[in-house]
Design a protein around this ligand. Structure first.
Ligand SMILES: NC(=O)c1ccc[n+]([C@@H]2O[C@H](COP(=O)([O-])OP(=O)(O)OC[C@H]3O[C@@H](n4cnc5c(N)ncnc54)[C@H](O)[C@@H]3O)[C@@H](O)[C@H]2O)c1
Length: 351
């Protein structure tokens, strides 16, 4: 068992714990406290389908609210339906919401917990690889609104996060790839992690993933601890994301797959504009392709969206966080027209 503590300036403290057999060891002992308005479990239809037997066994009679699975339900309707269910269940100020699911459940559950009676405790039990290494750590919560991703949200540190590798057994390979996208990003920012990833015989091996998750949580938790409200350092976690998000808006690829392509494109830009280490760029590219398991370059129809990225400081300028060497990154600012020209050229080179 490994515990990371995140203590923010608002004196909220949050523990991230890697814990096996989470139903029996963590949730069952909480059952009595969760009954009679003490708490609610929030999950999605897929996770409920897969784990309802455990919910029945270990949390019998604790109210469960199930949302339809999928990012398109990460909206204000689901948020308010959940808040309604919390009221129906008679939750009080000292009640607890347990978010059992991937990043969608975690983001909505965290936001509902921050709003209900001006804030109740939230415990995150992330069930996807992405949620364990990324979205459940750091206290960012949100729903999409008016076609804009994560427009309405809040910082809400969960009381605790319990990450159990047993959930990976039911995850489709594509969801593993999605989480691996963020793991490779962490690797680009941390030389020791990069070495482990590069040396791994099978990046999708569940045993390997179980070993690498605590290290990823520790890495992200350390950054969040030092910059909980994303004033500076935490922006390094946007590595590969400007181009990744722009690709994501107009493609069928998952978030993690788009991040991997973002890393590939932006590492080439870093070689040209930031004198990035060529050997590192080559290793990073080979790692990205091992996870992508496809060399089919993505469509760039959404590239214009990079113009609207939150990090941009001036009109028609794109600011990117780019990888320059193992564990090192730089901020690169380019006029949008030059950025677009270069990305199109890189796509041709990669084809
Ligand atoms: N808050 C943050 O800091 C942060 C960071 C990164 C991403 N996010 C958000 O996270 C979301 C993406 O998270 P995600 O990739 O976990 O998506 P998700 O929650 O939609 O889960 C992906 C799919 O896997 C299913 N699933 C979940 N656990 C499973 C399991 N153990 N076995 C089988 N299937 C399972 C889900 O039902 C869903 O169909 C996005 O909305 C993104 O904006 C938030």
């Amino acid at each position: 068992m490994r515990t990371e503590k995140i203590c923010t300036k608002r004196a909220e403290q949050s523990a991230v714990v890697c814990r096996k057999r989470v139903f029996a060891s963590v949730l069952a002992p909480m059952r009595a406290a969760l009954l009679g308005g003490g708490g609610i479990v929030f999950t999605d239809s897929n996770v409920f389908g897969l784990y309802q037997r455990q919910l029945k066994t270990y949390l019998a009679e604790v109210p469960v609210f199930v949302m339809e699975a999928g990012e398109r339900h990460k909206n204000e309707q689901t948020l308010f339906a959940l808040l309604g269910a919390m009221r129906e269940a008679g939750l009080r100020r000292n009640s607890t919401l347990i978010a059992l699911g991937g990043g969608v459940v975690g983001d909505i559950g965290g936001l509902a917990a921050s709003l209900y009676m001006r804030g109740i405790d939230c415990i995150q039990v992330p069930t996807t690889l992405l949620a364990q290494v990324d979205s459940s750590v750091g206290g960012k919560t949100a729903v999409d609104f008016g076609g804009v991703k994560n427009l309405i949200g809040a910082f809400k540190q969960p009381k605790a996060v319990y990450a159990d590798p047993a959930f990976f057994k039911t995850l489709p390979r594509r969801e593993l790839r999605c989480g691996l996208g963020e793991i490779v990003k962490h690797g680009a920012l941390s030389a020791p992690l990069f070495e482990k990833l590069f040396g791994a015989a099978d990046l999708f091996d569940l045993g390997f993933l179980a070993r690498i998750v605590p290290e990823n949580i520790a890495f992200k938790a350390d950054i969040v601890r030092r910059d909980p409200f994303e004033k500076g350092l935490r922006k390094c976690l946007n590595l590969g994301h400007t181009t990744g998000h722009a690709i994501e808006l107009h493609s069928e690829l998952s978030h993690g797959e788009c991040v991997l392509w973002g890393l590939l494109f932006e590492s080439r830009l870093a070689q040209k504009y930031c004198k990035a280490d060529a050997a590192f760029a080559e290793s990073l590219a080979s790692l990205c392709f091992r996870v992508l398991e496809s060399a089919q370059t993505p469509p760039l129809d959404g590239l214009q969206c990079a113009r609207l990225d939150k990090k941009n400081a001036a009109a028609e300028t794109v600011v990117l966080t780019v990888p320059v060497a193992a564990g090192k990154y730089e901020l690169l600012q380019l006029p949008y027209s030059r950025y677009e020209e270069e990305i199109v050229k890189i796509k041709e080179e990669l084809q």
